[in-house]
Design a protein around this ligand. Structure first.
Ligand code: SF4
Length: 81
């Protein structure tokens, strides 16, 4: 039935728009966010704000707009240039 196909199209379009909007707003998920195994971690990432949470083990990621753990890291880690 044509209305179902139309609905599916609209759903896909909505998902694409939401993804694009989230990218623009910096709210896409942190890429490959995981437990850190090397020297790079959220705790020493330049976009990490330790003062944003009461727990010293967590902080706010200003790039991806979420509270992350100091001992974790993602592929977008920002260090000194
Ligand atoms: S950009 Fe990645 S490594 Fe840096 S604080 Fe956010 S999640 Fe952690």
């Amino acid at each position: 039935m044509s209305w179902e196909i139309q609905g599916e199209k609209e759903e896909m379009t909505h998902a694409a728009i939401t993804k694009a909007w989230n990218l623009l707003k910096g709210k896409e998920d942190a890429p490959n966010y995981r437990k850190a195994s090397g020297s790079k971690n959220c705790g020493n990432c330049k976009v990490w704000d330790a003062s944003a949470t009461k727990d010293p083990e967590t902080g706010y990621c200003k790039m991806y707009d979420f509270n992350c753990r100091a001992d974790h890291v993602c592929d977008a880690w920002v260090g000194d240039e």
